[in-house]
Design a binder for this molecule. Structure first.
Ligand code: TRP
Ligand code: ZN
Length: 882
């Protein structure tokens, strides 16, 4: 907690560590109230570092030091100094063994960083800087050491004792205590350290690597969840095989362990050989988890597994390089999911996320480059920019290189940097060397915040048969920075003839036959023109196919062009994007003029998309989903909260009025034929069916409510049940209350399912939602101490329910301010994330701005604020911290 302004850390100040740690021996005497940690560190001066004052400064927070010894000699207090965040030893030799003994208190740890208690388990979370809450250490990723971990605990309470690496023996110590030893042969930074202790159910499987080594796979869950592990285990084996096939990467330890815990700040953590997961990303059964949950598990299991190479074997030199591991690993998990499921649907989902979360971040007060150059609290930089935009940067490089060169480049990266802590330059240099391409200009993507805008104009020379496309790029620099100059942007383009077929994209200086279909243009200047020759008629351009770069494209399509692309583009992503653009246009028009007609062409296109039995149901559902209220708000200079809501509800109403019988037929035709399957086809059918049900419920008429209630009562699977429950809650009244009650009684003992019960109420578009959410704060099942529960209620209301959160009286803002201040002393990471719901405050009308600003000011005025919340609140207000 900081009274004063906390310091800013700058990338330019990076210095190699003055000391290195080669070996670490840790011994834990575990207990929930007080745990004793003994650390023995083999240390030496770093020959590659500039010699400092000779002092050794170890990071440590909230540690109670019992003893410190140097080369076996206990040190008297005169030979060291304890600060709130450090232990400083004066004049150490060039090579020595440092031993410390500290006490820590897992049960009192509500921040869920370091060693903490979750239910009856003890577990750790060390990334980014949690290890310093376990023992005194050089807590930075460029200090890599080999670890041996010994765990001692009560055998009844903690029968399972896990740590990183390979098991190295157990002992019964008598008196109800036991011990387990673990050895990790791979040097690692301390943020990858983990231990878990508890009474866990074990699910065992095995995997034979491509080179024939046997790996024991183990999933550990709380005993009541023993029957929810199949999907996670299957996903793990698929990820292991995929990484061998696609990247030539094998697993490297005898065991791979995954533990599911109920209290977790984020999704999951890639600790070496011992991943710790938010239970939400492990546990699934058709009756408890939705299709989206199944897909989320597959992606996160893969993500953490892929980190074994991209993050663990090769790690980050410093936290500014975070996207080195996160961007690359997200790209890897996205491609894995695309291969396992439906590629176009996956790409649409990923771009939706990017546009919904990263674009606003990049345009607001918390904008930062994919490689930030300054931070106050690194936990605030696990962002959509570092993760999702970072993944797009790797995707662009993969596309620029092509599959063969990209594989050579990643092979080179793994071979050259194995065992090292490296930078983004090191990664990009491998891309360059393996391909012979110059990516100097491309590097600007990592340093420039803000979403580039690409304005496209065209001309048609009928006599010459020449079609010219001109691209002008512009990036509004963010975060007080000057522009770095034009970016290197790969733009995939197609040209369609009048029948909707792809034309060859031939330029005058092509020597070889040009591709028919998609051509990758590489923009490098502020303005670039391409002349396509040999055309008979003016084509319709299909721009940025597959979303080949994270930019906003401005091209003056007519509504007819968009309808045409929606129907004919060979690129599935752009068919969807054309529909989105069309709907967005219509919606924004209706915000300005609520009585504006819905054009017949729009309804006809929707009818076609809805009833086109040849098209993939999943893609049909995507096309028929209107842009979100938040997305529409981002397109307006001043967000018209109520106008957007009215326009969107009105259009949904018009769609229902025009297509009621078609919607009903689609609903009937896509009812589940048999037992639940999480295959792409079955998921797509359910998505389309529930989309149709959503439109049918738009007016809340009795027939629809009965249909919806019947789906809820049938209880076929959680996807269908929760879809029906959400729709019933939006309509309200007795059917909603009855369903909520039934659901609660059925699932009161399953926390992850109960989270959904909170979330559907927080997401409701009913006008009294805030009152309901406030009442739910007092519900016996609500607690601020479980991040999943908190996100389900407070997070969903503040971030996913714009019309109710942004109520004109400011009650939503006050509610958020109260929650942030209540939560900050308990869990600053989560408090800071919740506060980001106010990031776009300057985009609203003056009255709302004032109300939001008042909450931000109220927060920064608090004396003892975490670094996390201080950084977000002050930057959001626009105060520039030094
Ligand atoms: N490295 C983790 C991942 O992306 C994320 C992570 C960072 C995290 N800090 C955390 C997870 C704190 C939980 C808690 O996979
Ligand atoms: Zn990650």
């Amino acid at each position: 907690m900081y009274r004063n302004r906390p310091p800013t850390i700058h990338l330019k100040d990076y210095r190699p560590p003055e000391f290195l740690i080669d070996r670490v021996e840790l011994r834990f005497e575990l207990a929930a109230e007080t745990t004793r940690v003994e650390a023995s560190l083999e240390m030496r001066r770093n020959p590659a570092a500039v010699r400092g004052d000779g002092d050794l400064r170890l990071d440590g927070e909230q540690l109670e030091l019992e003893q410190v010894a140097l080369d076996g000699r206990p040190l008297p207090p005169a030979e060291y100094r304890i600060e709130p965040e450090a232990l400083i030893l004066h004049h150490v030799p060039d090579r020595f063994r440092l031993e410390t003994r500290v006490r820590i208190h897992p049960q009192r740890n509500t921040a869920l960083e370091g060693l903490y208690q979750s239910g009856a388990l003890l577990c750790t979370q060390c990334e980014a800087e949690g290890f310093r809450r376990i023992t005194y250490f050089l807590d930075r990723p460029d200090v890599m050491a080999r670890y041996t971990t010994t765990l001692v605990a009560d055998k009844g309470r903690y029968p399972v004792l896990l740590a990183n690496g390979n098991p190295a023996g157990t002992e019964d110590l008598g008196g109800g205590r036991h011990l387990a030893r673990w050895e990790d042969p791979f040097p690692k930074p301390c943020y990858l350290f983990a231990l878990v202790a508890g009474d866990l159910h074990e699910v065992a499987d095995r995997f034979t690597t491509a080179s024939g080594r046997e790996v024991a796979l183990r999933l550990y869950v709380e005993p009541e969840n023993h029957d929810k592990c199949d999907h996670a285990m299957r996903s793990l084996k698929q990820a292991m095989r995929w990484d061998e096939e696609r990247y030539g990467r094998e697993y490297d330890l005898e065991v791979y362990l995954i533990v599911a815990v109920s209290h977790f700040n984020m999704g999951a953590m890639e600790n070496k050989g011992l991943n710790v997961f938010n239970a939400k990303y492990v546990l699934a059964r058709p009756d408890t988890a939705t299709d989206q949950d199944f897909l989320g598990i597959e992606a996160v299991i893969a993500h953490e597994y892929f980190h074994n190479w991209t993050g663990n074997r090769i790690t980050c030199r410093d936290w500014f390089q975070l996207s080195l591991k996160e961007g690359f690993t997200v790209f890897r998990d996205q491609e894995f999911s695309a291969d396992m499921g439906a590629r176009d649907v996956k790409r649409i989902a990923d771009v939706r996320t990017l546009r919904a979360r990263q674009f606003p971040e990049d345009a607001g007060p918390l904008a930062h480059p994919v490689r930030p150059d300054a931070y106050i609290e690194i936990n605030n930089f696990y962002t959509a920019t570092v993760y999702e935009k970072g993944a797009e940067l790797v995707r662009m490089q993969a596309r620029l290189l092509g599959p063969e060169a990209f594989r050579r480049a990643t092979d080179l990266y793994f071979a050259r940097h194995d065992g090292q802590a490296v930078t983004i330059e090191d990664f990009v240099r491998c891309m360059e060397e393996a391909s012979g391409r110059d990516l100097t200009q491309f590097m600007r993507w990592y340093a420039q915040a803000g979403t580039p805008e690409l304005t496209v104009t065209d001309t048609w020379d009928a006599a010459g048969g020449v079609y010219t496309l001109t691209f002008r790029q512009r990036t509004v620099p963010r975060a007080n920075r000057a522009s770095l100059g034009p970016l290197h942007i790969p733009v995939a383009v197609g040209l369609l003839d009048a029948d909707g077929r792809d034309l060859p994209l031939r330029t005058a200086d092509d020597t070889a036959e040009p591709p028919s279909g998609t051509r990758l243009l590489e923009l490098r200047r502020d303005e670039t023109s391409y002349r396509f020759v040999g055309l008979r008629a003016r084509p319709v351009p299909s721009l940025l196919r597959g979303f080949s770069a994270p930019v906003k494209v401005r091209y003056d399509y007519s509504d007819d062009d968009l309808l045409f692309l929606m129907a004919h583009d060979s690129d599935g992503f752009n068919r969807w994007d054309a529909a989105q653009t069309l709907a967005q246009r219509l919606l924004l028009r209706r915000v300005a003029e609520p009585e504006a007609q819905v054009p017949a062409g729009f309804i006809a296109a929707f009818r076609r998309a809805l009833t086109d039995a040849d098209a993939d149901p999943a893609l049909r559902a995507e096309v028929l989903t209107l842009p979100s209220e938040a997305h529409l708000g981002e397109q307006m200079a001043v967000v018209d909260v109520d106008g957007i809501h009215r326009a969107r509800e009105g259009l949904r109403h018009a769609i229902l009025a025009a297509l009621r019988s078609e919607l009903r037929a689609v609903y009937e035709a896509h009812r589940d034929p048999g037992p639940y399957a999480s295959t792409p086809a079955a998921i797509g059918r359910r998505a389309l069916k529930n989309l149709a049900l959503g439109y049918l419920m738009q007016d809340g008429d009795q027939e629809a409510v009965d249909l919806c209630a019947a789906q809820f009562d049938a209880g076929a699977n959680m996807t269908d049940v929760i879809a029906a429950l959400g729709l019933l809650v939006d309509v309200g009244g007795a059917p909603a209350e009855r369903a909520l009650d039934t659901f609660y009684r059925r699932w009161a003992a399953d926390p992850l399912v109960l989270d959904k019960w909170f979330a559907v109420q927080a997401a409701s578009k009913r006008p009294d939602t805030l009152a309901r959410v406030e009442a739910l704060l007092g519900h016996e099942a609500f607690t601020l101490r479980n991040p999943n529960r908190l996100r389900s209620l407070v997070g969903v209301f503040c971030s996913l329910n714009p019309v109710r959160f942004h109520a004109a009286d400011g009650a939503g803002y006050r509610f958020l301010g109260d929650r942030v201040l209540e939560l900050d002393p308990l869990n600053p990471q989560i408090a800071s994330r919740m506060l980001q719901a106010l990031a776009r405050w300057r985009r609203y009308d003056p009255a709302r701005q004032a109300l939001m600003r008042a909450q931000l000011e109220r927060i920064v005025a608090v004396e003892e604020l975490s670094k996390d919340v201080y950084e977000v609140a002050s930057k959001t207000l626009g105060e520039r911290p030094a």
